[in-house]
Design a protein around this ligand. Structure first.
Ligand code: GTP
Ligand code: MG
Length: 194
């Protein structure tokens, strides 16, 4: 499948968000969970900046993506929540992320969780919040290449019982699960206007 992708803009607040109203897939999750890396892996190019240190992405970054002959959409890379050195502490969205979700528009949301660590309170809170929102959403377990074989089964079960939805595993490092993730995105219900 051909994937076209380009960086469009970085926004520090509501005034910086694009105005052309393409459907959006927002990527949220803890700092360092692999949001920017997953975007790069999905578009097969290094567009988003990543870092071994948490708190790399500080702005909302918009990437315009087109898969095959599908409609273009934005993938939106947001700052991580739960960044220890951040001003709002664990589990809180920053003003920027709040502004992003407050803005009307068609968006779907992928919550990324580290597949090595089922049940983190910040992730459970984020999912609880997401379920209260009108956006179609899904959970994805990142860094699957770091799981031991026995953990693959036990962690997936644990995630599914905690979140009550299936949690597909992906790896930005070896490409596992990326085609399935594109399919999952295509199958999400038509993004709802907030
Ligand atoms: P913030 O921007 O700080 O919120 O972090 P982020 O969620 O965007 O994480 P980022 O993509 O910058 O990745 C954080 C670290 O995890 C980097 O060192 C990545 O190389 C590593 N990483 C990301 N995805 C994977 C993966 O699938 N496998 C492995 N082994 N490492 C990964
Ligand atoms: Mg990032």
């Amino acid at each position: 499948m051909k994937v076209e992708a380009e960086f469009i803009t970085s926004a520090a607040g509501a005034e910086g968000f694009p105005r052309d109203r393409l459907p959006e897939v927002a990527i949220i999750g803890r700092s360092n969970v692999g949001k920017s890396s997953l975007i790069n892996a999905m578009v097969r190019r290094t567009l988003a900046r990543t870092s071994a240190a948490a708190g790399k992405t500080r702005l909302a970054n918009f990437y315009r993506v087109r898969v095959g002959s599908g409609q273009p959409l934005y993938m939106v890379d947001l700052p991580g929540y739960g960044y220890a050195r951040g001003p709002e502490g664990d589990g809180a969205f920053t003003g920027l992320t709040r502004a992003y979700f407050d803005r009307p528009g068609h968006k779907a949301v992928l919550l990324l969780v580290d597949s090595r660590h089922p049940g983190l309170v910040a992730d459970l809170n984020a999912w609880k919040w997401l379920r209260s929102q009108p956006f179609p959403s899904a959970i994805v377990g990142t860094k699957a290449d770091k799981l031991k074989r026995v953990e693959r089964v036990s962690h997936v079960r644990e995630f599914e019982s905690l979140f009550a939805v299936s949690v597909p595993l992906v790896s930005a490092k070896d490409g596992e699960g990326l085609d399935a993730l594109w399919k999952l995105i295509a199958r999400l219900p038509s993004p709802t206007a907030a």
